[in-house]
Design a protein around this ligand. Structure first.
Ligand SMILES: *Cc1c(COP(=O)(O)O)cnc(C)c1O
Length: 220
C-alpha cells in the first residue's frame, strides 16, 4: 500500500464523522511527508520540537504543524512562531510559557489540555482535579486559546478498557462544554485515537485522530 492509498482509506473511514486526520510524521523523512502532502494531507503531527522546526523550514508553508508529544517549557520558544495546535499541554508552568512566547510572537497559540486517562503511570496528563483548576486560570493567559482536550488510552488489546477510557474523556469533555469559562476557552476538539485504537476513538466521539503507522508504515 502506498501512503496515498492509506490516506484515502482513512479519509473514507472518517468521512461524515466530523473528525480530522492528523498524519503523525515523527521520524519520517521529508520525501514521505511530501507523498502525503501530494495526496492532499495538510495536518501533520510531530513529537520533537527540533525535528518539527526543521520540517517546518524545509516543507511547504501551508502545512499545519501539530505538537503531539510531551513539551518541555524551555523548547516552547522554538515552535511558538509557527505551531498550529499543541495537543500536549499538561501544566500551568507550560501554559505560562506558551502565553509568554505567544505574546513575543504576537499570536494566540491554540492548545489542547492533555488528560491522563490510561492505567499506565508513565503517560503524561492532568487528572480531573488538575484540569478543572487549570481551566479556572486560563483567563490570565490571553495569548493562549484552549480548544479542547487530548488523551491517550492504555496500550492494550483490551478493547473494553480502551473504550472505557475514551468514553470517560468524552463525558468530561461534554460536561465542560456546558460550563461557562473565560473567552479563551472553547471546548471544540477532542483529540483521541491512534493507529491501534482510532476506530474505538471514533465511536467515542473523537474529533481528531493522530495516525502515524497506518499511513507511513512501521517506524524504525
Ligand atoms: C506516535 C504518536 C501517535 C501515532 O502513533 P501510531 O501508532 O503510529 O498511529 C499518536 N499520538 C501520539 C501522542 C504519538 O506520540
Amino acid at each position: 500500500m502506498t501512503i496515498k492509498n492509506n490516506i484515502e482509506t482513512l479519509r473514507s473511514v472518517l468521512s461524515g464523522k466530523k473528525c480530522e486526520l492528523i498524519a503523525v510524521s515523527k521520524t519520517q523523512p521529508n520525501d514521505k511527508i511530501m507523498e502525503a502532502y501530494q495526496a492532499g494531507q495538510r495536518l501533520f503531527g510531530e513529537n520533537k520540537v527540533k525535528e518539527m522546526e526543521n520540517k517546518w523550514q524545509a516543507l511547504p508553508k501551508d502545512i499545519q504543524w501539530h505538537m503531539i508529544g510531551h513539551l518541555q517549557t524551555n523548547k516552547v520558544k522554538y515552535l511558538a512562531p509557527f505551531v498550529s495546535l499543541i495537543h500536549s499541554v499538561d501544566s500551568q508552568k507550560l501554559i505560562e510559557e506558551i502565553n509568554k512566547q505567544g505574546n513575543k510572537n504576537n499570536r494566540v497559540i491554540a492548545c489542547l489540555l492533555q488528560v491522563h486517562i490510561a492505567k499506565e503511570e508513565s503517560k503524561f496528563g492532568l487528572d480531573e482535579q488538575e484540569l478543572k483548576s487549570l481551566l479556572e486560570k486560563i483567563n490570565d493567559y490571553p495569548f493562549v486559546k484552549v480548544r479542547g482536550l487530548m488523551g491517550m488510552a492504555t496500550l492494550t488489546d483490551d478493547k473494553e478498557l480502551i473504550k472505557k477510557e475514551f468514553s470517560y474523556l468524552k463525558q468530561l469533555f461534554d460536561d465542560l462544554k456546558e460550563k461557562k469559562f473565560s473567552k479563551n476557552i472553547e471546548m471544540k476538539e477532542l483529540s483521541m485515537g491512534m493507529t491501534s485504537d482510532y476506530p474505538i476513538a471514533l465511536e467515542c466521539g473523537s474529533t481528531m485522530v493522530r495516525v502515524g503507522t497506518a499511513i507511513f508504515g512501521e517506524r524504525n
